[in-house]
Structures are given as structure tokens and as C-alpha cells.
Design a binder for this molecule. Sequence first.
Ligand SMILES: NC(=O)c1ccc[n+]([C@@H]2O[C@H](COP(=O)([O-])OP(=O)(O)OC[C@H]3O[C@@H](n4cnc5c(N)ncnc54)[C@H](OP(=O)(O)O)[C@@H]3O)[C@@H](O)[C@H]2O)c1
Length: 230
Amino acid sequence: MKILITGANRGIGLEMVKIAVSKQWQVKACCRNPHVADKLTEVARMSGGLVSVHTLDVTDKAQIQALAYELRGEIIDILINNAGVYGSMSHQFNNIDERDWIETFKVNTIAPLNMAEAFVENIALSKKKMIATVSSKMGSISDNTSGGSYIYRSTKTALNAVVKSMSIDLASKGICCVLLHPGWVKTEMGGPHAEISTRESVNQIFNTLESATINDSGSFFDIDGSLIAW
Ligand SMILES: NC(=O)c1ccc[n+]([C@@H]2O[C@H](COP(=O)([O-])OP(=O)(O)OC[C@H]3O[C@@H](n4cnc5c(N)ncnc54)[C@H](OP(=O)(O)O)[C@@H]3O)[C@@H](O)[C@H]2O)c1
């Protein structure tokens, strides 16, 4: 399998690279600052050529286009849009940082579409033909019983709408577009009190991705492979 992952230098993205290598998959691992991504560069160095590291800030369209040009004609089985931000903690009623909201929107919502547009032909060349985007249950309107988190929730809800449309628009190319909730995971974003390790999360995510087919396109998967209501 040949995959491309954004935000691969830490957290869930870094674990995806490690587990992909253990499966002998080829990985294009993207991150903003490879020169300070020590853990990722070490995994790449030890991977026997399976992992290549690429500079990519997902909000920088010129960088996305440059990478797409560099990788033109190469097969990508699964594009994994993993990079994401929570936004500032000023996100409660009467306390919203609008500038931060827009920046969070660029990373969580707009970038995955820009990535899909840039790499769609690479994905179409593959057998698997999949775009997997890491969303969050916090973007589910049905699941929202605790309120707050206006910035993160709304950017992920909008992301879900983007991927649903992509699943319809790319059906004619046979490309399967899915959304994933990774669980509540011990990372910088999830914090130390989260429920599961990155390893547990990524093992489950890869099980879902390996078994998903075009018939699953447009689905929003929970960590156990069940469907999350919008
Ligand atoms: N952890 C959880 O409990 C949880 C739950 C639900 C959903 N998620 C989702 O899972 C995904 C991964 O989260 P995580 O927990 O691994 O978070 P994390 O540890 O905070 O890692 C976030 C990753 O995204 C990258 N990133 C942020 N902005 C970027 C940009 N503009 N361009 C490229 N990369 C960028 C970060 O790179 P830098 O190091 O350069 O900042 C980092 O690699 C996110 O989409 C998140 O919303 C996480």
C-alpha cells in the first residue's frame, strides 16, 4: 500500500507512519518542519526506504501544489488528511477569538479539500482509491450534548459536509472518501487523560481503512468501525 499522511511528525500522524512501516507500506510523510521533526526523521531513517519526508503546511496552497508536482504520476492508494488543530481555548459563549476561528477553519476544513484536489489523479491511479480524513465526534451535531467548543466543533462539522460532497463528486472516479473519529487519544491535542493510546487508535483506524470499500464512501466511522450520526 502507498499512502500519504499530513501532520505526520507527532501524535496520531506519527503513529500512522510507524504502524504503516510495520505493515511494509510506503509512506509519504508530510509535516510543516522536517528539520525539527526528530522522531519522524528517525522512523524514516530506520524504515529501509519505505518512508520519505516532505515539507507541507496544509494551509499553504503553493506548498501543496509543489508537492503534487513533485509526486506527479506516482500512485497514492490512501490520502490521509490527519493534520488538525483545536484552536485557541477562547471558544466559549461570549469568548470567541474570530481570527483563530478562521485559522482553525483553514487547517481543519479547507486544507483537506485542497489536498484532495491536488492529489486526486495520484489516487485515481491506485487500486485502493481512498481519501481518509480525520474528523472528530465533536463535529457530530447529534452527539453534541455538552455545548461550547464553537471553533473546533464547527470546523469539524463543516469538514464532514466537505467530505460528504467529495464522496459524491468523486464516485465516478471510483474514489472512496471516508471520515474517521480516532477516539479520545493521548496526544498533545487529546491530553494525558485521554482514553486510548495512539497505537490503539491507529490500529483500529487502519482496520477500518483496510476493510472499507467504495460502498462505504461518505461514511463517518467511529473508532470501533460503527457509524456516527451527523
Ligand atoms: N487526540 C484526540 O483525542 C483527537 C480526537 C478527535 C480527533 N482528533 C483529530 O486527529 C487529528 C490528529 O490529532 P492529534 O491528536 O494527533 O493532534 P496533535 O498531537 O496536536 O498533532 C496535530 C498534528 O497536526 C499538524 N498540523 C497542525 N497544523 C498544521 C498545518 N497547518 N500544516 C500541517 N500540519 C499541521 C501538527 O504539526 P506541528 O507539529 O507542526 O504543529 C501535528 O503533526 C486531528 O485532525 C484532530 O482533530 C484527535
